[in-house]
Ligand binder design. Structure first.
Ligand code: GDP
Length: 509
């Protein structure tokens, strides 16, 4: 009997590549995104796009589309990296061909490598007379990026974002790479995607731009990220047109979240509101457990910090150094390390976990500044926030904080002894005692241990010190003295009052 063939429906279909543009500041990322948008869209759509939603699609002549993430400074991509999520399939590394490879170029390369997505080197500003793309290629080869024309595997395209040249070649190259990747996605399955932009609209409520990664998102779907849920009220494409459903790789504006979801968060669809609520509850619990309970070594103190930085490179450098600080005596725990300004959710996490917030080349959001002012005299709510411009200073601050919170060793030092000879007067916990200094130097205010037959029976302090009925500050060995003693014991003749000081010895990590 012939084997029956599977009649399972083919549910996966090819999807558009999602492209992110990275590179050094001013090398032309925004101009390039603009040039691409103008090139493919304004020619077709009258009026073009008026609204930026964090991503847009271009449609090629062969009906193939490409999705570009165009959030300012490509924050979405950074936020995704911070969360370990990624929606991009291809990265464009923009380098100013009239300049040279810059620190952020290298950083972008590292990020792309870590995401394990293919890249295209875009040599921009080719219109400039001083442009020298070959020089850039040589520079890139020195940092192990070998472009095709130099015998390597990384494609490169010369463009001018200003004069809009080289754009069709670039788009073709993206499609070619996408084809090689055979990007596929199931459409008939549970829905998943990523939030790439979000904000609160005073009239419409939370608004999120998302890219679906699998399945088909529809109106009325119950949707939830780790911390925000809702029911999809409306979907719009990047041109603001209402759509009934969003397919994989298609950027879409979602209305219906109950609170603003975080950029870079994954979302899923659920069968019921209850299921979504349960998931949120689980995530919240997980967070609390992570923050409050897990202490791998209960004997050690923990310092929690929340790290915010301008770019991944600096965050990674800082984390690297912090993790290498000695932690034998105290544990330094980085609860969160994220690119971006210090915001409300950082403060909430800090409050919940008694963490301090450390920022590197970031600003403190106005809401947080307002919160800080409001809570400035409420020590319970006060969260320590410090920002730095220099990595070394940041590290030093964290190190000092760790050292300060170590139980510094307290060392007791004996400074002198008085033998009690006469008892003049006593009242409650006070006594006037006459005696002789046997040893050392005695000062007013010193703390005392009371010894009887060499056994400690109590303690107190010297409230006042007298000699010949005159108040003095200090007496030395051999002097007779009168002291006003305050303590928890009644002194008797021949008791030894041993004066001491305590010194704190700074503990080192
Ligand atoms: P970004 O910081 O990487 O987004 O860079 P921008 O897109 O803001 O560009 C930085 C500057 O370079 C702007 O003044 C642009 O007008 C200019 N620029 C961008 N692309 C080109 C180009 O292809 N040719 C020339 N001549 N200037 C360009």
């Amino acid at each position: 009997m012939a084997k029956k063939l599977s009649n399972k429906k083919e549910t996966s279909s090819s999807r558009a590549p999602v492209v992110v543009v990275l590179g050094h500041v001013d090398h032309g990322k925004s101009s390039l995104l603009e040039a691409i948008r103008d090139f493919r869209i304004t020619s077709k759509e009258s009026g073009g796009i008026t609204q930026h939603i964090g991503a847009y699609e271009v449609e090629m002549e062969n009906n193939k589309t490409i999705t570009f993430i165009d959030t300012p400074g490509h924050e979405a991509f950074s936020a995704m990296r911070a969360r370990g999520t990624n929606v991009a399939d291809v990265a464009l590394l923009v380098v100013d061909s009239a300049q040279s490879v810059q620190p952020q170029t290298k950083e972008a390369i590292n990020v792309i490598k870590r995401c394990q997505i293919p890249m295209i080197v875009v040599l921009n500003k080719i219109d400039k007379p001083e442009a020298d793309p070959e020089k850039i290629k040589r520079e890139l080869s020195k940092i192990d990026i070998f472009v095709e024309s130099m015998g390597g595997t990384v494609p490169s395209v010369n463009v001018s974002a200003k004069e809009k040249t080289g754009i069709p070649e670039l788009l073709e190259m993206i499609l070619l790479i996408a084809e090689m990747q055979e990007l596929k996605s199931e459409v008939d399955c549970s829905v998943e995607g990523l939030i790439i932009e979000s904000y609160m609209d005073s009239a419409k409520g939370p608004i999120a731009t998302a890219i679906v990664t699998r399945g088909t998102l529809k109106i009325k779907d119950i949707i939830a990220t780790d911390l925000a849920m809702g029911k999809v009220r409306s979907l719009a494409n990047f041109q603001g047109k209402q759509i009934a459903q969003a397919l994989p790789s298609q950027p879409t504006v979602i209305l219906g979240f109950e609170k603003v979801p975080a950029v870079g968060e994954k979302f899923k669809c659920f069968n019921s509101v209850e299921e979504a609520q349960e998931k949120i509850k689980r995530e919240e619990n997980k967070r609390e457990i992570n923050v409050n309970i897990i202490n791998p070594d209960p004997d050690k103190k923990i310092i929690n910090i929340i790290l915010k930085g301008d770019v991944f490179g600096s965050l990674e450098a800082i984390e690297g150094v912090l993790k290498n600080l000695p932690q034998e005596k105290i544990i330094l725990r980085i609860l969160k390390s994220e690119v971006g300004d210090i915001n409300e959710s950082d403060v909430k996490l800090a409050e919940m976990s008694k963490a301090q917030i450390i920022g590197f080349r970031v600003k403190i959001s106005p809401t947080v500044l307002a919160m800080m002012r409001k809570d400035s005299d409420n020590p319970d709510k006060k969260v320590r926030i410090k920002t730095f411009e220099i990595i070394y200073e940041l590290i030093q601050e964290v190190r000092n904080g760790m050292e300060k919170s170590l139980d510094s060793e307290i060392i007791k030092k004996d400074v002198g002894k008085i033998k009690a000879l006469v008892l003049f007067w006593a009242e409650k916990n006070r006594q006037i005692v006459g005696g002789k200094i046997q040893d050392g130097e005695i000062k007013r205010g010193l703390r005392l241990e009371v010894l009887r037959d060499n056994v400690k029976i109590g303690n107190g302090k010297i409230v006042e010190l007298q000699r010949d009925k005159k108040v003095v500050e200090k007496l030395v060995k051999g002097d007779e003295c009168g002291i006003l003693f305050e303590g928890n014991v009644k002194i008797e003749k021949n008791d030894i009052l041993s004066a001491f000081i305590e010194e704190r010895r700074k503990s080192e990590l």
